[in-house]
Structures are given as structure tokens and as C-alpha cells.
Design a protein around this ligand. Structure first.
Ligand code: NAD
Ligand code: IPM
Ligand code: MN
Length: 364
């Protein structure tokens, strides 16, 4: 069959340090399992490109990316050079919207060998998914300012909740739960304080729940839900949340498993009309950029999720090498998390490349 074409956008900061490790592992997996991958490297969607051109991307960015089956993305953001809302609205947030990547799927898992900051937790106690709405909600550029510069200044920013947008993320979460052992969905809400959008969200969740009698649900306000990530992480299986709540939960969850340097994400257009995007949950980490100590696992695991997703889009007879490659990468990550080498966020002294090489050697 024809090769999968993958757009590679390393972006900024540690995006540029972890991307080579992600590609190293994908290359090894492709050779071992006979995958047909073709990489297209682009230097835009970066603050360097912005410095040179005054914009984050060329005008024809969409043509380039639409020709690809998936986007492998590092991280964007150099807030000392380009304001974050400019760099992110000019790149990542554009991709999510323009390519209708309405699901942001973010696994959270405590691995053997990784010290857990929560007391008395062992692998198996933390193993859930955050299903984050990814195209609407609190992330909008709708609003405006009045009386700017005066003490009557007013700033308004709208949240957007559409029936289509809410229902499709809920449906994805319930469907995911049907394939899991515990078959439980937690609905993140804040209908006590946010009196229009969140009661609507709850109402649609209750409606969707009726179609899944085999799935148990609970609805938790985001404040106590966050507390329970820390106090009772074992009660979660699939957590479905609006864009902003999902963003916060998907840093908090991985922090509870030791480091956000492990957490991958899949920005999915499940209709497969547009390319999906695979990236670490973390950002460009300017505070450690240049030291080559960034943990490459989030990038590498995101690559595995990409292979799994691409594979599942093939006719059943052709899926196996892609699913095997995904499993082999996750297995290699598990092994290296047990035996090392480890980057400093895991308590080790090794660098980004040491870890990437160790993972790729286990796959060869
Ligand atoms: P961040 O995720 O970049 O970093 C938060 C903290 O975690 C930092 O102390 C950092 O050193 C540490 N960290 C992150 N990734 C790590 C890794 N792989 N290994 C070890 N330590 C790691 O978040 P931030 O500091 O809020 O944001 C920095 C920039 O990144 C900002 O411009 C922000 O907008 C951007 N950002 C981009 C993305 C993205 O492109 N998807 C995501 C989050 C933040
Ligand atoms: C993430 C990031 C982005 C988000 C930022 C960089 C806009 O934090 O992918 O989690 O808020 O979605
Ligand atoms: Mn985030």
C-alpha cells in the first residue's frame, strides 16, 4: 500500500530536542515491522520562523499538511520572544480547529520504576484516560474590549458549547469506556458555578448516558475532581472534560504519575477527513531547553499512538504491523522506565538521547 505521509513539526524549545528521539524510535519500528512511513519536515510553526518572517506559518500551510496522513508535533512557545497567544493561536490551536481534531485523548498511567509522588500508590492504581474536548468550549477568540485604557475597561471572552461539539466528545468517551474493563465515565463539570454552559454539558451527558446502560457514570465538579486525582486516582477510568478543564486535568494527572515528561496526546479527527496530530502534553519548557535533559518518553509514546491510529485506519488485514509496532514501543518504554537510563525528572542523571537510544535499541 502507499506510504503514510507524516508531517514533522518540531517547533520550539525542547520540541527540537525530543523530536529526534521520537523519529529515531519510529525509524527503528518502521524497519523492524515493515511499516511504510514517509516523513516531511517543516521548519515552520515555530517562533524561529516567526522571528524571520513575522508569522508562525506560510500562507499555504494547510495545503502542505492536508497532503499528510498525520502530524507529528513537538511543542510551540517561546514567550520571551513571541507572546504565547500569538504563537499558539497561530499554530497548534489552528491545527486543532481547521482539521477538526475534536478529541484530545490523553492517557494517564503510573509505570513501574517511576517514583509516584502520591503515597502508597502502585502501578495499576493510576490508569485512566482524559478525553478532552479540543475545538470549542472556553478556548475561543470571540469577545472584545471596551473602554480600553480607562478605569471602565471591560474585557469579554465567550465560551462556545455546541450540541454537535458536546455530543461528539461525550460519545467518544462512552465508546472508549465500552472497550475498557471498568466501563466507567466521569463527567467533569462545574454546573454549580458556571450557570449556563455547564448545566447544558451535564444535560447532554445524562442524555448520552441513556444510550450506554452498560457504562456507569459519575459527575464531579472540577474542583473536587482535581482533588480526587490526588487523593483517589484509582477511581478513574475515562474522564471527559471541556477544553479548559481537560487541559488542566491532563497536566495534573501525569504529575500524579511522577512527571509530565511521560504524557502523550492524540489530537484526533475521528472521521479521518483531516490529519490527526500527535504531540506530548508538555510544552517547549524554555527553563530546561538547551540542557538536553528533557524526557523524550512523551514524544516517543505519542509516536506510538500515531502508528496505532494510522494502523486502525487500514483494512483489517493490514493493521497488524502498525499495532505490533505500537505495542513494541510501549513495551520498550516500560522496560526503560524500570531499568533506566533516566532523565533528571525521573530522578536520573542521563540525557534525552541516552533514553531515546535505550528505547530504540530494545525495539531493534
Ligand atoms: P511546559 O510543559 O513547557 O513546562 C512545564 C514544566 O515541566 C517546566 O518546568 C519544564 O521544564 C517541565 N517539563 C516539561 N516537559 C518536560 C520533559 N519532557 N522533561 C522534563 N521536564 C519537562 O509548560 P510551560 O512552562 O507552561 O510552557 C512553556 C511554553 O510552552 C509556553 O510558551 C507555553 O505556551 C508552551 N506550551 C506549548 C504546548 C504545546 O505546544 N503543545 C503545551 C504546553 C505549553
Ligand atoms: C496543551 C497546551 C495548549 C492547550 C496550549 C499551549 C495552548 O497546554 O496542549 O495542553 O492549552 O491546549
Ligand atoms: Mn496543557
Amino acid at each position: 500500500s502507499r506510504p503514510f505521509r507524516i508531517a514533522v513539526l518540531a517547533g520550539d524549545g525542547i520540541g527540537k530536542e525530543v523530536m529526534p528521539e521520537g523519529l529515531r524510535v519510529l525509524d527503528v519500528a518502521a524497519a523492524k515491522f515493515g511499516l511504510n512511513l514517509e516523513f516531511k519536515h517543516f521548519d515552520w510553526a515555530s517562533c524561529d520562523y516567526y522571528t524571520q518572517t513575522g508569522k508562525m506559518m506560510p500562507d499555504d500551510w494547510k495545503t502542505h499538511l492536508s497532503a499528510c496522513d498525520a502530524i507529528y508535533f513537538g511543542a510551540v512557545g517561546m514567550p520571551d520572544i513571541v507572546p504565547d497567544h500569538v504563537s499558539l493561536y497561530g499554530s497548534l490551536l489552528k491545527f486543532r480547529r481547521e482539521f477538526d481534531q475534536y478529541i484530545n485523548l490523553r492517557p494517564v498511567r503510573l509505570f513501574e520504576g517511576v517514583p509516584c509522588p502520591l503515597a502508597n500508590r502502585k502501578p495499576g492504581d493510576i490508569d485512566f484516560f482524559v478525553v478532552r474536548e479540543n475545538t470549542e468550549g472556553e478556548y475561543s477568540a470571540v469577545g472584545g474590549k471596551m473602554f480600553e485604557g480607562t478605569d471602565r475597561e471591560i474585557v469579554l471572552q465567550e465560551s462556545i458549547f455546541t450540541r454537535t461539539g458536546v455530543d461528539r466528545v461525550l460519545k467518544f468517551a462512552f465508546e472508549l469506556a465500552t472497550r475498557r474493563a471498568r466501563k466507567h465515565v466521569t463527567i467533569a463539570t462545574k454546573s454549580n458555578g458556571i450557570a449556563i454552559s455547564m448545566p447544558y454539558w451535564d444535560e447532554r451527558a445524562a442524555e448520552m448516558g441513556k444510550q450506554y446502560p452498560q457504562i456507569s457514570t459519575d459527575k464531579q465538579h472540577i474542583d473536587i475532581l482535581s482533588a480526587r486525582f490526588v487523593l483517589q486516582p484509582d477511581r478513574f477510568d475515562v474522564v471527559v472534560a471541556s477544553n479548559l478543564f481537560g487541559d488542566i486535568l491532563s497536566d495534573l494527572g501525569p504529575a500524579c504519575t511522577g512527571t509530565i515528561g511521560l504524557a502523550p496526546s492524540a489530537n484526533l479527527n475521528p472521521d479521518r477527513k483531516f490529519p490527526s496530530l500527535f504531540e506530548p502534553v508538555h510544552g517547549s519548557a524554555p527553563d530546561i531547553y538547551g540542557k538536553k535533559i528533557a524526557n523524550p518518553v512523551a514524544m516517543i509514546w505519542s509516536g506510538a499512538l500515531m502508528l496505532e491510529y494510522l494502523g486502525l485506519g487500514l483494512p483489517e488485514a493490514e493493521q497488524k504491523p502498525y499495532l505490533d509496532a505500537h505495542n513494541a514501543i510501549v513495551k520498550a518504554i516500560e522496560t526503560v522506565l524500570i531499568q533506566g537510563p533516566h532523565t533528571p525528572d525521573l530522578g536520573g542523571k542521563s540525557n534525552t538521547t541516552d533514553m531515546g537510544e535505550a528505547i530504540s535499541k530494545l525495539i531493534k
